[in-house]
Design a protein around this ligand. Structure first.
Ligand code: SF4
Ligand code: SF4
Length: 302
């Protein structure tokens, strides 16, 4: 599940699918701003450090203070003070140039922890998720790591489905999230930005040959833009797999930390099955039914 931008309601739909689908592993690939855990309340059973960055470090006992390293660092990370270099860990990009240029072999590269990834238990099944530290890069590598672990769990425990909450946008982590999937479900909303970002992410999935379908969330907020999305998808041969009406109860479900599709099933303060909440929950169920058909058609029955 991906979206061209954040805030389309993608994670609410993923959490609802988590409640509806059987025999699956859940993955949160939005490692820069993970939030699926807020709706699924995972209990962490494994925690692993993610080491993807390297930083330069100086052995002052070998340094002669020649200053070559400071001259070649294009990131301004090395300052000479009192005849010796000091490396700013925030500015160091780990390019390794200084370690190669140092005539005394006084600079070495060390691994740096960039974040954590976790295997958790949820009431809906196993979940793999991660958290990248602030200002860290390599989110694409971390996405690959959590996806690899999810596949390992699926294979070892006999789960036939992996549901992935992908990152927003069209960058490296999104590409890492969609490689090799059976279906990319793009969740969009009927706003000018939503239409534009959906077009960009569809370009991406088509470029990589990933079968795609679209879900319009809050479809009744702007009928003209919703129609634009439908026309655009129709012209490109992309299926609109579902349309979810705007629903304040969906927001309340998220605030309560519940998958919205469950919130209409008798939760306190719910307006009942005839309310808009009921319609939205029903729309998500219909969406899941259609996605299951698309997956079964392409990948064999699960
Ligand atoms: S290049 Fe090597 S020897 Fe020269 S200042 Fe830097 S660390 Fe010291
Ligand atoms: S590794 Fe690259 S960025 Fe870091 S201090 Fe050395 S030259 Fe600068």
């Amino acid at each position: 599940m991906i979206s061209g931008k954040g805030g389309t309601g993608k994670t609410s739909v993923v959490a609802s699918f988590a409640a509806l689908a059987e025999n699956k592993v859940l993955v949160d690939c939005d490692v820069d701003a993970a939030d699926l855990h807020l709706l699924l309340s995972p209990e962490v059973v494994e925690s692993h450090e993610f080491m993807a960055s390297r930083q330069a470090t100086v052995d002052v006992s070998r340094c002669t203070g020649c200053g070559h390293c400071s001259e070649v660092c294009r990131f301004g990370a090395i300052a000479m003070a009192y005849g010796h270099p000091t490396i700013d860990p925030i500015s160091c990009e780990g390019c390794t140039v200084c370690s190669h240029i140092c005539p005394e072999g006084a600079i070495t590269m060390v691994d740096v922890m960039s974040g954590h990834w976790y295997v958790s238990h949820t009431r809906f099944g196993p979940m793999v998720h991660a958290k990248l530290k602030a200002a860290e890069e390599n989110s694409g590598k971390l996405v690959s790591q959590v996806r690899r672990k999810a596949r390992e769990i699926a294979e070892s425990q006999g789960h036939e489905l992996i549901i992935t909450d992908g990152p927003p946008g069209v960058g490296c982590p999104v590409i890492s999230s969609i490689s090799g999937v059976d279906l990319a479900l793009i969740v969009t909303e009927p706003t000018v930005a939503g239409v534009h970002d959906m077009e960009r992410v569809l370009d991406l999935t088509c470029h990589f040959g990933v079968e795609s379908a679209v879900c319009i969330n809050k479809c009744d907020l702007d009928e003209a833009n919703a129609e634009r999305i439908e026309d655009y998808c129709c012209a490109r041969g992309i299926e609109i797999a579902g349309k979810i009406p705007f629903d304040e109860e969906m927001v309340r479900a998220v605030v309560r930390g519940e998958p919205p599709v469950l919130y209409g099933d008798g939760a306190p303060d719910c307006a009942g099955p005839d309310s808009v909440a009921g319609e939205a929950a029903q729309a998500i169920r219909q969406l899941w039914d259609r996605v299951a058909v698309l997956l079964a058609r392409d990948a064999g029955s699960f």
